[in-house]
Design a protein around this ligand. Structure first.
Ligand SMILES: [Fe+2]
Ligand SMILES: [Fe+2]
Length: 168
């Protein structure tokens, strides 16, 4: 399959999200905090959504579905990273591999999807993304994290309503 240039399509984005959440434990991420008042599910949806928007606006072609799926799974781990448990020591560098292994237990992942998950913490982890999809997600993960840190009151209000069906 070749990369293609695609315009942003919110219906398609919601379809990618529904498709993955019906065949994985993605919804579980709603029970874990990420930054500030943002759940890990909302963070993952936001990173995927804004990566898609950025890629659609760029004068380049992308594997959009694979990028979105990788972004939705990029923090796919089932613990609170800030609970002080010594078992979570080194979390910031270890969690991409943990997320990848969790995702691979439930889904077959393409090389691009695996790369998006494995390399999203670059440069904190030393391996840079091999594909442009991974570079976009890694960038958007950082921008969303900064936004979530500073915007603790009702982050991503429109996105919550649009994708997750939450009113507030
Ligand atoms: Fe992460
Ligand atoms: Fe993240």
């Amino acid at each position: 399959m070749y990369r293609t240039r695609q315009p942003f399509d919110v219906t398609l984005f919601c379809h990618y999200f529904q498709e993955l959440s019906h065949t994985s434990g993605l919804g579980e991420m709603a029970h874990y905090p990420q930054h500030g008042s943002t759940s890990r599910l909302l963070h993952s949806v936001a990173v995927a959504y804004y990566s898609y928007r950025l890629a659609a606006a760029a004068p380049l072609s992308f594997h959009m579905r694979e990028m979105v799926r990788g972004a939705l799974f990029h923090d796919y781990f089932f613990y609170d990273a800030q609970d002080g448990d010594p078992a979570h020591k080194g979390h910031w560098t270890r969690h991409p591999q943990i997320a990848l292994e969790n995702a691979q237990k439930e889904q077959w992942l393409s090389g691009i999807e695996a790369d998006v998950i494995r390399c999203h913490m670059f440069p904190l982890t030393l391996q840079p993304p091999r594909f442009r999809e991974g570079a976009v997600v890694s960038l958007m993960d950082k921008l969303c994290s900064v936004y979530e840190f500073f915007c603790r009151k009702e982050p991503y209000r429109g996105l919550r309503r649009l994708v997750l069906g939450q009113e507030n």
